[in-house]
Design a binder for this molecule. Structure first.
Ligand code: NAD
Length: 307
């Protein structure tokens, strides 16, 4: 749903993943979706066998997963609140249509502000919490692992580090839980020495600012988020029960009781969507930062009138 930069790149990555037998592209502008479907279908001889076409909401029926990537990006709205209002109103059109035709599927939200829209999608859809997933900080966590891999001169696959909270400025890197090959990150001496406080501050800043830095250079970001969306799709479609940092509507999470908010925490993702959210012993500063992040998202949710 939404076949712009993010939607079309996701469809391309999904085709090459071999995970989907059928992919329907839905866009407000049917002709663009048609063009994307034609172009994408010509890559099938080099990819896994699949069928891809531009379709209608009726054709969502029976889909295991619907990815929502329709709407404007940050740079196209004067501020984050206007973006939330603008994309919230697009979601007010599309979510009821998707759910009417496919009440049994999982919804995966990519549109920004993703935590606010994950909450809005849950409200508008009437689906159980776990069946509405926001890509959340899966992208920020990948950026953090990638930057740590660079700094420590190791394969980022072997870096386990997670960003929680908002996919936005109030995000929280969980340094206390980060490790490399099972060794706590603070004990790792690689790439010219242990990670210093300055290194951490610099990596946090570059993780948080990556989206804007890329948008300033090329106008939009889409490859890494599309890869993250495929990772989530794989967990759902193969019922992997993978632990991924994704956004869901909180239900009495310790420290966030009574909050009307969706945010990211490491969560078990499988066939039924988010099946559980991991509990942590946070350091006091991390807990405080997570609560602040929840307040930022909650404020935006209530300001656009969906709380
Ligand atoms: P884009 O402008 O390239 O594409 C948006 C598409 O949505 C367009 O094709 C447009 O026709 C379509 N659309 C608009 N209203 C629609 C409607 N009512 N029904 C169906 N389709 C509709 O934008 P993009 O670069 O693909 O970004 C899409 C969203 O993804 C933005 O909100 C952006 O901020 C977000 N994004 C999220 C992440 C993340 O980590 N979650 C990362 C990058 C971008």
């Amino acid at each position: 749903m939404g076949t712009g930069n993010v939607g079309a790149t996701f469809a391309y990555a999904l085709l090459f993943s071999g995970l989907a037998a059928e992919i329907v592209l839905i866009n407000r502008d049917r002709e663009t979706a048609d063009g994307e479907a034609m172009d994408l279908s010509h890559s099938i001889p080099f990819a896994a066998p699949a069928r891809i076409w531009a379709g209608t909401y009726e054709e969502c029926a029976g889909a295991a997963l619907t990815v929502l990537a329709a709407g404007a990006a940050q740079g196209e709205a004067p501020d984050r609140l206007s973006l939330a209002m603008q994309n919230g109103s697009i979601f007010g059109e599309i979510v009821p249509l998707v759910v009417r035709h496919n009440p049994g599927g999982i919804l995966l939200v990519a549109t920004n502000p993703v935590d606010v829209l994950t909450y809005a999608t849950w409200k508008m859809s009437g689906l159980p919490r776990g069946r509405v997933i926001g890509s959340g900080t899966i992208l920020d966590s990948a950026r953090l692992c990638s930057l740590l891999g660079e700094r420590l001169e190791v394969d980022p696959h072997d870096v386990s580090a997670v960003v929680v909270g908002e996919h936005g400025d109030s995000q929280v890197p969980l340094w206390s839980a980060a490790h490399v090959g099972g060794v706590p990150i603070r004990d790792v001496e690689l790439g010219g020495g242990p990670l210093t406080r300055d290194d951490m501050v610099d990596i946090e800043r570059r993780t948080r600012g990556a989206g804007q830095a890329i948008a300033e250079r090329k106008g939009a970001t889409y490859y890494a988020v599309a890869a993250g969306l495929v990772r989530i799709a794989r967990a759902v479609l193969r019922n992997e029960r993978s632990v991924l940092s994704v956004s869901t509507v909180m239900a009495d999470y310790p420290g966030l009781e009574g909050r009307n908010v969706a945010l990211s925490l490491p969560s078990v993702v499988g066939r039924d969507g988010v099946e559980s959210v991991l509990r942590f012993t946070f350091e006091p500063s991390e807990r405080e930062a997570l609560q602040h992040s929840a307040s930022v998202i909650e404020r935006a949710i209530s300001m656009i009138g969906i709380g």
